[in-house]
Design a protein around this ligand. Structure first.
Ligand code: FAD
Ligand code: FES
Length: 259
């Protein structure tokens, strides 16, 4: 069930170049939001009438009745967010979408995140704790590492520039590590090519996999079809789904990654 609320910003700090962590106070949303869901945010109010912008839950802070979103400044909307200060209020619609399938009975899970796709995995890592192994791919400077290591100790890192961890792509590590680990489930969020590669590796290893998709959005609630993506129905026939309402998380076999 979605709600629209004016929420107070309690922190908005730059955690890496151009990447911000924003904490919002909301006992209601902090209690209701699930890993993999997102919020649709009005960036600018009446004087700056942009469409809302979707930003995922990064993690909740139940003891502070708050939740945190982590975003990269890409354009006008996220630049507006980066200028907000403690005490400002933000128009937030949410929690929206279908999040990750969580099964607390799973023995071992893997999470694969790339770039800003790392943020939506933080809350999920807290659900599985040390039953999760987390694979994080960065371009250059790692971020959200402390938040991840509070939730699970098993973290692999790669950077394209070689500043930390494996030099190259995080997917380079997957065939060996996932092959040894044989997780019950792989959760993936990040750039398209990274997700495509992860899905292919999971298919070869016979592993169950969920992916979180990103599409440009309009309404955020299933009415405008701006966020359509190509999927397969139960009979394997091509169809279209709405990322905002049917996703953003899908089973890997549902999604037609090339369309
Ligand atoms: C379900 C969902 C969850 C998201 N969660 C996060 C998150 O947690 N953190 C985060 O940093 N970003 C997230 N995004 C992406 C974020 O919504 C966009 O970066 C943001 O809308 C850009 O708005 P803007 O006005 O700053 O930039 P714009 O001026 O709208 O766009 C700037 C550039 O970003 C590209 N862009 C904009 N929106 C998207 C999009 N949805 N997918 C791909 N490219 C886009 C544009 O093509 C353009 O090149 C998410 C997107 C979706 C769909
Ligand atoms: S954004 Fe309108 S249907 Fe998804």
């Amino acid at each position: 069930m979605k709600s629209v609320r004016m929420l107070p910003v309690t922190e908005n700090i730059e955690i890496a170049e151009g990447i911000f962590s924003m904490k919002l106070y909301s006992p209601e949303f902090a209690a209701r939001v699930k890993p993999g869901q997102f919020f649709h945010i009005r960036c600018g109010g009446e004087k700056f009438p942009l469409l809302r912008r979707p930003i995922s839950l990064a993690f909740t802070m139940p003891e502070e009745e708050s939740f945190v979103m982590v975003y990269r400044v890409e354009g006008q909307g996220t630049a507006y967010l980066s200028g907000l200060e403690q005490g400002d209020r933000l128009d937030v619609m949410g929690p929206l979408g279908r999040g990750f399938h969580v099964d607390r009975g799973l023995r071992k899970v893997a999470m694969v995140g790339g770039g800003m796709g790392i943020a939506p995995l933080v809350e999920l890592a807290g659900v599985y704790g040390n039953r999760a192994e987390v694979f994080l791919g960065y371009r250059d400077t790692p971020f959200l590492l402390q938040e991840m290591s509070h939730r699970t100790g098993n973290i692999y890192i790669s950077t394209e520039t070689g500043t930390a961890g494996h030099k190259g792509y995080i997917t380079d590590l997957l065939p060996g590590q996932l092959g040894k680990m044989q997780p019950d489930m792989v959760y993936c969020c990040g750039p398209g090519p990274m997700m495509k590669k992860t899905v292919e590796i999971c298919r070869q290893l016979g592993l169950k996999c969920q992916v979180s998709l990103e599409e440009r959005m309009g309404c955020g609630i299933g009415a405008c079809l701006v966020c359509s993506c190509a999927t397969r129905d139960e009979k394997g026939m091509k169809t279209y789904s709405r990322v905002c309402r049917d996703g953003p998380v899908f089973w890997a076999e549902e999604v037609l990654m090339d369309d």
